[in-house]
Write a protein that binds this ligand. Structure first.
Ligand code: IDP
Ligand code: MG
Length: 153
């Protein structure tokens, strides 16, 4: 089973949409195996967005991530990295299809890229990001009662 990191960025938390966003993953059968609120500092924000270092929007992006608490989530499910990105929608809210999280709740990227949510892009990134945001004791292995429905043999 694959695992991926999702962050509800400060705009999503401040707008009171944590529950609405988490619900969308839960109802698709994705299992929450880690969940917490974190308020990151500059060093941590720069580490998370390391791949964008040097880009014109980097400073605004890291400042935005530090603006308030972020909801950090580890999701588990079959092929979930791609699947979660599909639920999240296009990076630019105006190109995000309605029905996706960015397509339903975000409007304009603006400075810092206020698009509600982050999701790991691929397997190496997911592994690296989960390790950055969570320690082993914060990730739980348990059985969801509806698992047999989603993964019928
Ligand atoms: P992703 O979040 O869909 O994977 P990336 O290209 O990895 O998109 O960019 C990381 C984040 O940087 C975006 O989610 C968005 O917040 C921000 N961002 C990306 N492109 C721009 C831009 O052109 N202007 C401002 N912010 C941007
Ligand atoms: Mg990305």
């Amino acid at each position: 089973m694959q695992q991926t990191l999702v962050l509800i960025k400060p705009d999503g938390v401040q707008r009171g949409l944590i529950g609405e966003i988490i619900k969308r993953f839960e109802q698709r059968g994705l299992k929450i195996i880690g969940l917490k609120l974190v308020w990151v500092d500059e060093k941590f924000a720069e580490k998370h967005y390391e791949e964008h270092t040097g880009k014109p929007f980097f400073k605004e992006l890291t400042s935005f991530l530090m603006e308030g608490p972020v909801t950090a989530i580890v999701l588990e499910g079959k092929q979930c990295i791609k699947f979660v990105r599909k639920i999240v929608g296009n990076t630019k809210p105006q190109d995000a299809i309605p029905g996706t999280i960015r397509g339903d709740f975000a409007h304009n990227l603006g400075p810092g890229g206020r698009n509600m949510i982050h999701a790991s892009a691929n397997e190496p990134d997911a592994k690296k990001e989960i390790k950055l945001w969570f320690n082993n004791k914060e990730i739980f292995d348990y059985l969801r009662a509806d698992q047999s429905h989603h993964y019928k043999k």
